[in-house]
Design a protein around this ligand. Sequence first.
Ligand code: HPA
Length: 271
Amino acid sequence: MTILQIQEATTYLQSKVAFQPEIGIILGTGLGGFIQDIDIKHTIDYKDIPHFPVSTVESHSGKLIFGYVANKPVVAMQGRFHFYEGYDMQQVTFPVRVMKFLGIKNLLVSNAAGGLNETYQISDLMILKDHINLLPHNPLIGKNLDDLGPRFPDMLEAYDKKLRNIVSEIAQKHQLRTHEGVYVAVSGPNLETPAEYKFLRIIGGDAVGMSTVPEVIVARQMNLHVFAISVITDLCFEGHLKFVTLEEVIAAAHRAEPNLRLLMCELIAKI
Ligand code: HPA
């Protein structure tokens, strides 16, 4: 990845889009329905954007969507890139770099995750307050491009407290089941063994998934305000372990989607 590549992708998008987005949104597995809340002005296929990776997972369609939510200009990624698909970490996070160059100040991320915390139920929402990165690679490895951000970015407040508090208030107002918790990122694509789930809980995880952390690291290096939220799609603790299929994960995500959409829309209105 070079600055020139980010600039070329940005210039291409700016030639197609007449406004500057303030908020970037990454939609997770089974959570693409939020698109219906966007007053869409432009839809651009990843394959048409210079240097953009192309999405391969069947549950993700690869499009960048520009429009307005609550009168705020947004850009949303419908479909994200996962390390397990074979992309390297710089490809996984390239769209976040481009969204920053387009002018976003905030990044909102959603994902599907397995619940490690024994109090969680399927289709609950977990607001990320922190993460543990167990991915085998890091998007910032390599020569640092100082124009993008510091060599050793801080991760003390990766998840913006103000944004978290706004969402907690919205959730309370609507009496939605939400938690604040720690997300553990693993590479996948296999799900975890029972012993691994136990380990992830012991080290402090409340939910486990295969995404989000690379994008958050890159976003924080570039000083974006980050909000991230998991939909709990399966339960990963004793008494509840069972075989899960992608279909079940997507079905659980869909059940939570109305609540998630409500939270996202009201959050965006308040940013
Ligand atoms: N493990 C990892 N990733 C996941 C899971 C899980 O149990 N559920 C949804 N994404």
